[in-house]
Design a protein around this ligand. Structure first.
Ligand SMILES: Cc1ncc(COP(=O)(O)O)c(C=O)c1O
Length: 370
């Protein structure tokens, strides 16, 4: 009898089939030779660096030899005070992606179902894949409207979670609060509302937590607060679900001491953060206005720090040409999403937006004359 096969190192056998099935994520890259300056408009980041107050707090931070507090109490208190909720209801993480992962760990066994409405944030589907859960897509209706009837009809005995992203990435619009509340009130499962961009819309669904025991509000410091590099996100949970999630959340909530210090200081500087939000919104609306003057170019209404823009041609070659000029934007080549002609730049500084606008106009004009 031979035991060679089980004695041979074979990664195909070791890695879970659910992981083999996941397509690799390839972030956008500048194509060809490296341009001298790269303008990153592909990840919905803030273009604004930390304020002097945050820099000072980080410079004075010295306790790298100690673990943070086990329950990340300080950063959770700061996030809770900012949100106006009790600290006990807040679960933090290394970015909202990490909080999503904690929620998935809490809910999903292989074969369970997640309902989402595409086009939406791609991480939901990827995480479901890692957990060997099935993603059920109830697409947004024309105008990127939430299909509440469709979502409720798609629920089965294996549906554990519905994620509603509002304002939605990548479409930029806010979903109808009446449709959202209908889903929350009728769904016999957890409904997570991803409010990563709520500060740009100025509207939150936090009030639903007072009425329903199945709703979770998910937020991040990455977008409005310009803290993407510090990786801090959080969720606000109802009591019963919280008890389960608390068993799963990683020690220290995966928030480093440096990130906690930066987030606390940033929230002490809330007026500055709000001023940045106001500037980004004004620049967004100015950019949208200028884009509308380019023939065939149609930016959708946005309640976020990015624009989804319909082009008169296929997006992929345009994205490539922008990258050759050092300007990175997102595109959505998957035909199932129906966005092959769309690009999604985040709003940069006024100067970066101008460079992007002129480059896009030139590339489209060259294409038309080619
Ligand atoms: C809708 C949405 N949710 C969550 C995230 C993840 O944010 P974080 O940087 O906190 O992981 C993003 C980031 O692009 C997003 O667009």
């Amino acid at each position: 009898m031979t035991t060679t096969s089980s004695r041979t190192f074979n990664l195909d056998r070791l890695v879970r089939p659910a992981v083999h099935a996941i397509p690799s994520y390839r972030p956008a890259k500048g194509a060809g030779q490296a341009p001298e300056r790269v303008i990153r408009l592909d990840m919905n980041e803030s273009p604004y660096p930390p304020t002097p107050h945050v820099r000072k707090a980080l410079a004075e931070f010295a306790h790298t030899n100690r673990y943070p507090s086990f329950d990340a109490g300080e950063v959770r208190s700061a996030l809770a005070a900012y949100s106006g909720v009790p600290v006990e209801s807040v679960i933090a993480g290394a970015g909202l992606d990490d909080v999503l992962n904690t929620l998935f760990h809490t809910l999903f066994d292989p074969g369970d179902q997640l309902i989402i409405s595409e086009p939406t944030f791609g991480v939901y589907r990827s995480l479901a894949g890692i957990h060997a859960a099935e993603t059920v897509d109830v697409p947004l209706k024309p105008g990127f409207e939430l299909d509440a009837d469709g979502v409720l009809a798609a629920i089965t005995d294996r549906t554990k979670l519905i994620i509603i992203c509002t304002p939605n990435n990548p479409t930029g619009n806010e979903l109808d609060p009446v449709a959202i509340e209908r889903i929350v009130s009728e769904a016999p499962c957890v409904v997570a509302i991803d409010e990563a961009y709520w500060e740009f819309a100025g509207k939150t669904h936090l009030g639903l937590l007072d009425k329903y025991e199945n709703v979770v509000i998910l937020r991040t410091m990455s977008k409005f607060a310009g803290m993407a590099g510090m990786r801090v996100g959080y969720g606000i949970f109802p009591a019963e679900l919280l008890a389960a999630v608390n068993k799963v959340v990683p020690a220290f909530h995966n928030v480093s001491m440096a990130s906690a210090v930066a987030v606390k200081a940033a929230l002490e500087d809330i007026d500055n953060l709000n001023a940045n939000v106001a500037k980004i919104k004004a620049d967004r609306d100015a950019l949208a206005g200028s884009l509308r003057e380019i023939p065939g170019v149609q930016p959708y209404e946005s309640s976020t720090n990015f624009l989804l823009i319909e082009l008169p041609v296929e997006a992929a070659p345009v994205v490539q040409k922008l990258a050759e000029r050092g300007i990175l934007v997102r595109s959505f080549p998957n035909p199932a999403l129906g966005l092959q002609n769309a690009i999604r730049p985040s709003i940069g500084t006024t100067e970066e937006n101008e460079i992007f606008l002129n480059a896009l106009a030139e590339i489209l004009a060259e294409g038309a004359s080619a």
